[in-house]
Design a protein around this ligand. Structure first.
Ligand SMILES: [Zn+2]
Ligand SMILES: [Zn+2]
Length: 230
């Protein structure tokens, strides 16, 4: 994180992210409520938090993420129930792409409960092995979603904008000039600044200025006053 960039909390992955306007900049999703390296890695790709204001503004994105996680959890529970019935499973042999094993989607193998084929010659696992692998994967995803739901619910219940302040904005330093009385040839009087001529009105009025030379921060005003630079 670069220090002078404005950062806020992403309402979907709950991480501190650089902001672009009110929303986080594009970033990858990372599991919620889980330490890095512990998640199942099923939920990848861009984080949807870019579609919502950061948490210092609203919890709208967190509500969306909670609903989304609940829907996914329902789908996982349906899949676990389906697996419990020992359905036919599809397994794919490995193919090597640039030296790396990848599953070959062109050669699906159907594995049937109670009908293991010994020595099929394609490296297929037993039904029980593949079944356990698929169940374990769904259970890992289930745990991850339950942790995320728990975290989102807490965030929503305890949410306040003050809990999620933005950080790192470069502080805008207002320059203070030396107030200087001005008078036009027609006799109009106003207060300008020492370092340059500003006309009567808004331009002169909005400039930050002081009558106290010790409070002047403008380089040129200080020079004109004979003060050392800050
Ligand atoms: Zn995010
Ligand atoms: Zn000045």
């Amino acid at each position: 994180m670069v220090d002078d960039k404005l950062a806020g909390t992403c309402s979907v992955c709950l991480r501190t992210m650089q902001l672009h306007g009110d929303s986080p900049i594009r970033h990858g999703f990372s599991a919620v409520g889980v330490r890095h390296g512990q998640h199942s890695g099923y939920h990848t790709g861009p984080c949807q938090g870019t579609r919502f204001p950061h948490l210092g503004i609203s919890a709208e994105g967190t509500k969306w993420a909670l609903d989304n996680a609940r829907e996914r959890l329902t789908a996982v529970e349906i899949e676990l129930a389906r697996l419990a019935g020992n359905p036919d499973l599809t397994w794919y042999p490995d193919t090597f792409v640039r030296g790396r094993p990848m599953r070959d989607p062109t050669r699906p193998v159907k594995l049937r409960y109670g009908e293991d084929v010994a020595y099929a010659g394609d490296g297929r696992p037993t039904y029980a092995w593949e079944h356990k692998r698929q169940v374990t994967r769904q259970e890992d995803i289930k745990k991850e979603l339950e942790r995320a739901i728990d975290t989102y619910e807490k965030v929503i219940v305890t949410w306040s904008p003050e809990k999620y302040p933005t950080t790192g904005a470069a502080k805008k330093v207002e320059i203070t000039h030396m107030a200087t009385p001005r008078k036009s040839s027609r006799g109009e009087e106003w207060t300008g600044v020492l370092c340059r001529f500003t006309k009567k009105g808004y331009a002169s009025d909005k400039i930050v200025k002081t009558d106290d030379p010790s409070k002047v921060t403008c380089k040129k005003c200080r020079k004109d006053l004979g003060l050392p630079p800050l």
